[in-house]
Design a binder for this molecule. Structure first.
Ligand code: NAP
Length: 400
């Protein structure tokens, strides 16, 4: 491939036979079994070489013509995130270098960690997060135009990256080239087939280690991680009890996802709910929310119970961390194992989790719902909506 004036273009051809003088003049560039033609010599070559298959790939100055839009956080969140905490700015993208791809965001994730983590960054800072993006220009044969990837690109419309520098690295949404997910939407790579799905898979299996017949309790049960944990629990032969924030969500968990019982934590006495839903008490607790409900559940566990501490969303918007009932007596007398985790721990087994979840999806043993917000301008509304509990299943923003 060669630059010609302000543009260049490349044809991918399979050549049956061709004159060697053209090779000598370096008009052909050979790479593996492909031969690239330099644009200006195209006609000469087409006349003198026997070409039996040609596909055109054009990506001249695409990147340099694209302006990316991105959210920059300029104020730390106080309470709920606000539009005024951000500036949306435009960024000129450089031309692609060898090995790089240019992607365009289709779905951007909104996740609870966004509310919790930003306090750790020096401002101003580009907003963090995962997205599913389409490759719209490529100088990397493994990542052709038209394919989809996930990456921790943040809240931005276009991104240039070199996949070789990202593969296997931890991140909010580890870099992955998506397989064909038809008939399912590519947004699942931000949900059951992505980071939340692997959080559910590894968090439950590796930390709670549930055995068939045991009782699992899940808080935040109707969200992306919680609704997934409950279904894996049922697939593993356990009794599954969920706590979620509305009667409608609880109905969905019982009727659609097969939870044994689900309770509205806003209107139910938690102890009574546990006595009713978990008559043999609790062996595994998957904690998504923290706070007083977690203290109550942990005091209702069986000896040698296991607690996977996944998150504490009940306090993310609170300026003061809440004070809750002491946990140590329950931990000591019931000899509980309580372990926090970050899903990155299993980055080297990432594909195992995605594959297991994909197999369950294909077998009809894993269902999903998405709350889809529309438009790049509505990222903050989506984040706030998710934190308020508007979502059942995974919350994502469709930007394209
Ligand atoms: N450790 C890790 O690696 C890891 C990875 C991913 C996620 N997480 C954590 O897992 C948890 C769930 O994440 P997700 O992505 O699946 O989010 P999600 O559950 O899809 O969405 C957040 C949900 O939190 C609930 N919520 C909001 N305020 C609450 C409160 N005061 N008390 C109880 N529930 C409240 C809302 O549902 P309701 O209507 O039920 O209130 C809301 O739908 C979060 O704590 C997150 O930080 C951890």
């Amino acid at each position: 491939m060669r630059r010609r004036g302000h543009f260049y273009f490349r044809h991918q051809v399979i050549i049956h036979s061709f004159p060697t003088d053209l090779i000598c003049h370096n008009i052909f560039k050979r790479k593996k079994n492909y031969v690239y033609l330099v644009g200006a010599f195209q006609n000469e070559i087409m006349n003198s070489a026997k070409v039996f298959f040609v596909t055109k790939r054009f990506y001249s100055g695409v990147a340099s013509r694209v302006k990316a839009q991105k959210y920059v956080l300029t104020k730390y969140f106080q309470g709920e995130p606000k539009n005024t905490d951000f500036k949306i700015i435009e960024e000129d993208l450089p031309e692609l270098k060898d090995g790089e791809i240019l992607t365009e965001a289709e779905y951007i994730s909104v996740d609870p960690y966004m509310r919790a983590y930003m306090v750790g960054y020096k401002l101003p800072v580009d907003m963090i997060g995962g997205q599913v993006a389409k490759i719209i220009a490529s100088r990397n044969e493994t990542y052709p135009v038209g394919k989809y990837v996930t990456g921790s690109f943040g809240w931005r419309s276009h991104t240039i990256c070199n996949p070789e520098n990202l593969k296997g690295k931890p991140g909010f949404s580890p870099f992955t080239l998506l397989p064909d997910l038809t008939p399912h939407p590519v947004s699942l790579a931000l949900g059951i087939l992505g980071m939340p799905g692997n959080t559910a898979y590894f968090g439950l299996k590796e930390i709670c280690k549930p055995k068939p017949g045991e009782t699992i309790v899940i808080t935040g049960a109707a969200g992306a991680v919680g609704s997934h944990v409950g279904q894996i629990g049922k697939n593993l032969g356990c009794r599954v009890i969920g706590f979620a924030g509305s009667d409608e969500k609880c109905k969905y968990l019982e009727k659609e996802l097969g939870f044994d019982r689900a309770f509205n934590y806003k209107t139910t006495d938690i102890r009574s709910a546990l006595r009713e839903g978990a008559p043999k008490r609790v062996d595994c607790y998957f904690d998504n929310v923290g706070g007083e409900i977690s203290s109550t559940i942990m005091s209702y566990m069986n000896k040698y119970g296991r607690v996977a501490v996944c998150g504490s969303i009940s306090s993310y918007n609170d300026p003061q961390p809440p004070k809750v009932t002491i946990l140590q007596p329950a931990i000591v007398f019931k000899e509980l194992k309580v372990e926090g985790f970050l899903v990155d721990r299993w980055i080297n087994r990432w594909e195992e989790g995605v594959k297991a979840n994909l197999d369950w999806l294909h077998d009809g043993k894993l269902k999903y719902q998405e709350k889809i917000y529309e438009g790049f301008d509505n990222m903050v509304e989506a984040l706030v909506g998710m934190l308020r509990g508007e979502n059942t299943g995974k919350a994502v923003v469709k930007v394209k």
